[in-house]
Design a protein around this ligand. Sequence first.
Ligand SMILES: *Cc1c(COP(=O)(O)O)cnc(C)c1O
Length: 384
Amino acid sequence: MMFIKGKTMLLFTPGPTPVPEFARVAMAGLTLHHRTPEFEAIFAETRELLFKLFNTDEVIMLASSGTGAMEAAVTNLCSDTLLNINSGKFGERFGKIALASGLKNVEIKNSWDTPASVEEVLEALKANPSIDALAIQISESAGGLRHDVEAIAKAVKEINPEIMVIADGITAVGVERIDVTNIDCLIAGSQKALMLPPGLAILGLSNAAVAKIGKGKGYYLNLASEIKQQSKNTTAYTAATTLIIGLREVLKHIEENDGIGKLYCDTARRAKACRFALEAIGLHSYPKTPARSMTTIDDVNASEIRNILKEDFGVNVAGGQDDLKGKIFRINQMGLIEPYEIIWVVNAVELALQKLGRRDFDGTASRVFSETYFKTMIEKSREK
Ligand SMILES: *Cc1c(COP(=O)(O)O)cnc(C)c1O
């Protein structure tokens, strides 16, 4: 919750997401020097918690936004040609990073509602033997879609285990359990599912990735220098101390409140209930394979709905970018969200449709939300 012009506003954009009060309070302490035993202890604890979240062989924190980690992954893990999956703005970005770094790229481009298939990835690999890394989003935030990264990564490794698989999990790590068996680099960013202010990026690395990094590439984003320092609980350059303190708090909070499994389960239930509620009032879910991180609706009145949500009901949801500007709206599902907040959001969307003269308000959205979200509880009490 935040205040705009004295009015409360629910922040429901899929990044940045609201920072919980306990994290804000933790970050309000005195500034710690990063080269001290006090901070190194915090760093070590955060690193341990990250290993549990990522399930990877190595974990590196960078003082940068998510894109910095995308660039570090590409420059350190690709030395010839990058295959990037472009089903949206963030997938496109991987290709731009490759070119800006003097690498070649091959791109699989689909419309923003369409995930990449295993077949088209394998075809691209066959046609371009110089590809030595694949970069893909787990959840492509541009259109709210989920790529089947696990299946694609498995197929890639079966063809050539040397190909590095880079998975952008900026809107997936902390949202759902990710099978990292065939993933060499898994990326997260502080301001999305991790519920923190922007400025911290995290990379989970496989042993194969660490081996391929070798001496590393570049200077600030040289992953070899960071691996060397962070294994000793310090960083090559000044650490994002305040954000790391916040991250430790968020991860500890999750652990102490029934664990990450509970968070994944609540997120899945909420995303499903929200989509069902909006479909029940005649709205259309945009992506062919919806991600759990956000609910994405394409609609001719997308802009009007967003405005009404903001002006009349104090709800801030995101729109679309580029070709999807004015055509979609995206409701965040990442982080700690109370059911009463999201029920208000779906109810407000139904009221917005009433205001636009599209349907008579009868409370369908909030009813369907509750019936879906609280399904097990409702069924159990009916059996009695
Ligand atoms: C937000 C986002 C990014 C970019 O992160 P920045 O922190 O803005 O640099 C990359 N990938 C995905 C999927 C995102 O949602």
